[in-house]
Design a protein around this ligand. Structure first.
Ligand SMILES: *Cc1c(COP(=O)(O)O)cnc(C)c1O
Length: 378
């Protein structure tokens, strides 16, 4: 059994993908060819946002937005500590610094109380926090009501890191429409992935969109050889856009399949582990299915012996990583992030996971947890 299986989807889409890729190869338009504009239009209509701007990867998507916000040296960007490294890297890429905020143990997402404490302490002294990056970890939208309210009150930019949640909704709106801009990744293992690196930025703001489009293509102005700012190269390949256009056609169906797997896991494991429930008026795309258990390492080893793959996302919160050890942390620290890193375990999750394999995962997990010395987390 594979943790994430991309083969079943490839077999399903093979003829269409081959044709789409072949067409790009024959067209000669390898960069910014017609499929890129087509993809941007398709993403905008899928997510109901005004501007979709394709770029080279998810880290660039975050970087582009912070650059367009005007974040730079001396500034702080509040980010959750319990997330993938790229969220913490983005502020550093523009010369700023991340300030780590704690998360909620139930949604794994930024704790608005911790954010408020950080911003109030900052406002009482040097006023360096300029922006917030909210992450929809494992596909579950962050608490945008509370986070948007804090950003509004203190005049902060809000960037939604939707690399794991593109396709999810918050109060029936796409997560791509959250904040002043949202950034996603099309890394192959993400819920919507291509066959290489890819990413996109979403915004309803015309000025932000203009700046981002210019920065992703060497700071170009109204024509190709006019440079109105210093940018960099973060273009998406036409081939990746062509692949994504085919995958987007079946994406909603795949999200339903993922929800079905999560529903079965939740029902079958609720009595032996802290299972991931949806909190609030949200839908998730289940980039990961992540439980909390005591004796996590022993359970993982037992699962491995039964042939069931599992992964720890994330074993070390960012504020405890050597790369970020010198960065500021919200008052009160990040105790929930630290506790989670010792308890989380993600089980196999993808839209093509057969019922038989789901049952094998469930049986093996129940058996592993029931072994002496382990019990469900609080
Ligand atoms: C994957 C991911 C990114 C970065 O995406 P890349 O395409 O790998 O650069 C950023 N944030 C989160 C939360 C991610 O999971």
């Amino acid at each position: 059994m594979k943790f994430i299986d991309l083969d079943a989807q490839r077999a399903r889409l093979q003829p269409a993908l081959n044709e789409a890729i072949q067409k790009v190869v024959e067209s000669g338009a390898y960069i910014f060819g017609p499929p890129v504009a087509e993809l941007e239009a398709a993403l905008s209509s899928f997510a109901k946002v005004k501007h979709s701007i394709a770029c080279a990867n998810g880290t660039d998507a975050l970087h582009l937005v912070l650059r367009a916000f005007g974040i730079g040296p001396g500034d702080l960007v509040a980010v959750p500590s319990f997330t993938f490294a790229a969220t913490g890297e983005a502020p550093v890429l523009v010369g700023a610094e991340p300030l780590f905020v704690d998360v909620r143990p139930d949604t794994f997402n930024m704790d608005p109380d911790s954010l408020r404490r950080a911003v109030e302490a900052d406002r009482a002294k040097d006023k360096r926090i300029k922006a917030v990056i909210a992450v929809d970890l494992f596909g579950h939208p962050a608490d945008y009501d509370s986070i948007q309210a804090i950003c509004g009150e203190f005049g902060l930019w809000l960037l939604a890191d939707i690399a794991q949640s593109f396709g999810a909704t918050w109060k029936e709106k796409s997560v791509a429409s959250m904040g002043h801009a949202a950034a996603t990744s099309f890394y192959p293992a993400k819920p919507l992935g291509c066959y290489g690196d890819g990413g996109a930025v979403f915004t309803d703001d015309d000025d932000l969109a203009d700046r981002i489009k210019s920065i992703r293509n060497h700071g170009s102005g109204s024509h190709r050889y006019e440079q109105i700012r210093v940018g960099f190269n973060s273009r998406l390949d036409s081939i990746q856009a062509a692949v994504l256009l085919e995958k987007l056609k079946i994406f909603l169906e795949e999200i339903c399949e993922r929800q079905g797997v999560a529903d079965r896991y939740n029902a079958a494991l609720r009595d032996v582990a802290a299972v991931p429930d949806l909190i609030g008026d949200v839908t998730s795309v289940w980039a990961q299915y992540t439980l909390r258990i005591e004796s996590r390492d022993r359970v993982q080893a037992t699962l491995k012996d039964s042939g069931i793959p599992s992964v720890i996302y994330y074993p070390v919160p960012l504020h405890r990583q050597p790369a970020f050890a010198h960065c500021p942390v919200a008052p009160g620290g990040c105790p929930a992030s630290e506790a989670l890193s010792g308890k989380v375990l993600s089980l196999p999750m993808h839209p093509y996971l057969s019922r038989e394999d789901q049952d094998r995962v469930i049986a093996a997990f129940r058996q592993a947890v029931a072994a002496p010395g382990s019990h469900a987390a609080e």
